[in-house]
Design a protein around this ligand. Sequence first.
Ligand code: ZN
Length: 100
Amino acid sequence: MITTIKVSKYGYNMDIQTECQTFGELEGKLKTIRESGFEPQKQSSFVKKPVELTGDKCPTCGKDVVWVIKKDGTKAKRCIDNKWDSVANRPTGCPYYLKI
Ligand SMILES: [Zn+2]
Protein backbone atom coordinates (compact mmCIF):
# COMPACT_ATOMS: atom_id res chain seq x y z
CA MET A 1 0.00 0.00 0.00
CA ILE A 2 1.13 3.56 -0.66
CA THR A 3 1.42 5.59 2.49
CA THR A 4 1.78 9.33 2.73
CA ILE A 5 3.82 10.48 5.69
CA LYS A 6 3.60 14.11 6.61
CA VAL A 7 6.83 15.41 8.08
CA SER A 8 8.11 18.76 9.23
CA LYS A 9 11.56 20.24 9.56
CA TYR A 10 12.41 23.84 10.47
CA GLY A 11 8.69 24.57 10.31
CA TYR A 12 8.29 23.35 6.73
CA ASN A 13 5.81 20.64 6.01
CA MET A 14 6.41 17.97 3.44
CA ASP A 15 4.68 14.85 2.24
CA ILE A 16 6.73 11.73 1.74
CA GLN A 17 5.15 8.97 -0.24
CA THR A 18 6.41 5.52 0.43
CA GLU A 19 5.33 2.00 -0.25
CA CYS A 20 5.10 -0.29 2.75
CA GLN A 21 3.81 -3.81 2.86
CA THR A 22 3.81 -4.18 6.61
CA PHE A 23 3.50 -2.00 9.68
CA GLY A 24 6.99 -3.08 10.69
CA GLU A 25 8.38 -1.74 7.43
CA LEU A 26 6.53 1.53 7.98
CA GLU A 27 7.94 1.80 11.50
CA GLY A 28 11.44 1.31 10.13
CA LYS A 29 10.91 4.11 7.62
CA LEU A 30 9.56 6.42 10.30
CA LYS A 31 12.67 5.71 12.35
CA THR A 32 14.90 6.61 9.39
CA ILE A 33 12.94 9.82 8.84
CA ARG A 34 13.38 10.78 12.51
CA GLU A 35 17.09 10.01 12.37
CA SER A 36 17.49 12.44 9.47
CA GLY A 37 16.02 15.20 11.60
CA PHE A 38 12.47 15.21 10.32
CA GLU A 39 9.53 15.03 12.61
CA PRO A 40 6.70 12.84 11.36
CA GLN A 41 3.38 14.46 12.16
CA LYS A 42 0.92 12.51 14.23
CA GLN A 43 -2.00 13.00 11.89
CA SER A 44 -0.15 11.16 9.14
CA SER A 45 -2.18 8.17 8.23
CA PHE A 46 -2.71 5.51 5.69
CA VAL A 47 -4.55 6.60 2.60
CA LYS A 48 -8.12 6.06 3.57
CA LYS A 49 -9.88 3.55 1.42
CA PRO A 50 -13.34 4.45 0.25
CA VAL A 51 -16.05 2.52 2.04
CA GLU A 52 -17.27 -0.54 0.20
CA LEU A 53 -21.00 -1.09 0.39
CA THR A 54 -22.20 -4.65 0.85
CA GLY A 55 -25.50 -3.84 -0.82
CA ASP A 56 -27.34 -4.81 2.34
CA LYS A 57 -29.49 -2.50 4.38
CA CYS A 58 -29.02 -2.42 8.12
CA PRO A 59 -31.74 -4.49 9.82
CA THR A 60 -31.62 -2.12 12.79
CA CYS A 61 -31.86 1.33 11.21
CA GLY A 62 -32.20 0.76 7.44
CA LYS A 63 -29.00 2.57 6.44
CA ASP A 64 -26.28 1.12 4.20
CA VAL A 65 -24.07 -1.71 5.44
CA VAL A 66 -20.35 -1.55 4.62
CA TRP A 67 -17.53 -4.09 4.63
CA VAL A 68 -14.92 -3.85 7.34
CA ILE A 69 -11.56 -5.51 6.75
CA LYS A 70 -9.64 -6.00 9.93
CA LYS A 71 -5.85 -6.12 10.34
CA ASP A 72 -5.91 -9.92 10.44
CA GLY A 73 -7.65 -9.95 7.07
CA THR A 74 -11.04 -11.15 8.28
CA LYS A 75 -14.14 -9.43 7.03
CA ALA A 76 -17.10 -8.12 8.94
CA LYS A 77 -20.20 -6.14 8.08
CA ARG A 78 -20.99 -2.98 9.88
CA CYS A 79 -23.69 -0.36 9.68
CA ILE A 80 -22.41 2.86 8.06
CA ASP A 81 -23.80 4.65 11.12
CA ASN A 82 -21.69 2.51 13.48
CA LYS A 83 -18.81 4.74 14.51
CA TRP A 84 -16.04 4.67 17.04
CA ASP A 85 -16.05 7.45 19.61
CA SER A 86 -12.33 7.82 20.31
CA VAL A 87 -13.00 10.25 23.16
CA ALA A 88 -15.36 7.97 25.07
CA ASN A 89 -13.51 4.90 23.72
CA ARG A 90 -16.69 3.08 22.80
CA PRO A 91 -18.84 2.59 19.70
CA THR A 92 -21.62 5.08 19.04
CA GLY A 93 -24.48 5.30 16.61
CA CYS A 94 -26.11 2.17 15.24
CA PRO A 95 -24.82 -1.00 16.99
CA TYR A 96 -25.19 -3.31 13.98
CA TYR A 97 -22.00 -5.32 13.46
CA LEU A 98 -21.79 -8.81 12.01
CA LYS A 99 -18.74 -11.04 11.95
CA ILE A 100 -18.47 -13.23 8.87
ZN1 ZN B 1 -27.80 0.62 11.40
